[in-house]
Design a binder for this molecule. Structure first.
Ligand code: ADP
Ligand code: MG
Length: 250
């Protein structure tokens, strides 16, 4: 679905926000990009979406090059859905109007399907200011999914939510994209988000990929001090789960 080759980006021509990134994501997969603040996660997503031009390397979607250092296919022509970190819902539009925003015309059927997918039918006429953080996140997701992107990018979808809400929203989003058959990438600084729903995990640090593993190989392949530190910061239960995974026979 997505192939990233030797991708680098510098905003000022000196310091690289992203360096020589290389990976692929299979169609229908869920891939988490994990890293601390400033590690280049958003830059990677902006490059994939076509919002930035790479200095080197290229982005291909379904075998077609959509970005390299000489050409950037505009965001609206690459069928990639992007949910920004701050949701960016329109405050003066209702939930229904927000969801239908990207459609060429208001399609009641699509809006209703999306409302049912995010289980918010009764909020159709509510305004964003009347919603909780988790509800806003779901509406932002529905608005993006309404145009049926093949690749969905979620930037820090769980970062503004409390723990209980976070856990149910993770599973809910996972269920929704699986039902739609959408390929999804999401950014998080919390490794547990990735362990809970991702099938692949990419670690970024200072723009460099430290590790790229499938969830099944993650525990066996972790070796970078930064990755190990992040693992050490997990809850006891999560660490125990990883230990079991690391010692699991092939
Ligand atoms: P993350 O999303 O992991 O927090 P970013 O991709 O936002 O990281 O940022 C990576 C690096 O690039 C940081 O050093 C940041 O300051 C820098 N950066 C991001 N966006 C810009 C920009 N528009 N102009 C200049 N520098 C930027
Ligand atoms: Mg970011």
């Amino acid at each position: 679905m997505l192939a990233i080759e030797g991708l680098s980006k510098s905003y000022d021509g000196k310091k690289f926000a992203l360096s020589n990134c290389r990976f692929q994501v299979e169609a229908g997969g869920i891939c988490a990009v994990v890293g601390e603040s400033g590690s280049g996660k958003t830059t990677l997503f902006r490059l994939i979406a076509g919002l930035e031009r790479p200095n080197e390397g290229r982005v291909s979607i379904k075998g077609e090059v959509v970005s390299d250092d000489s050409m950037v296919l505009p965001p609206q022509e690459r069928n990639v859905g992007y949910v920004f970190q701050d949701f960016a819902l329109f405050p003066h539009l209702t939930v229904s109007q927000n969801i239908s925003f990207g459609l060429k015309s208001y399609k009641k059927e699509t809006v209703n399907k999306m409302l049912s997918l995010i289980k918010m039918e009764e909020y159709a006429q509510a305004y964003p200011s009347q919603l909780s953080g988790g509800q806003e996140q779901r509406v932002a997701l529905a608005r993006t999914l309404a145009v049926q992107p093949e690749l969905l990018l979620l930037d820090e979808p769980f970062s503004n939510l409390d723990v209980g809400l976070k856990s149910s929203l993770r599973q809910e989003i996972r269920g929704i994209v699986k039902e739609m058959g959408t390929t999804m990438m999401f950014v998080t600084h919390d490794l547990f988000d990735a362990l809970d729903i991702a099938e692949e995990i990419i670690f970024l640090k200072d723009g460099h990929m430290l590790q790229h593993s499938s969830i099944t190989d993650f525990a066996k392949e972790m070796e970078h001090p930064e990755v190990l530190q992040m693992v050490a910061n997990l809850s006891t239960d999560a660490r125990r789960m990883l230990e079991v995974m690391a010692h699991r026979e092939e």
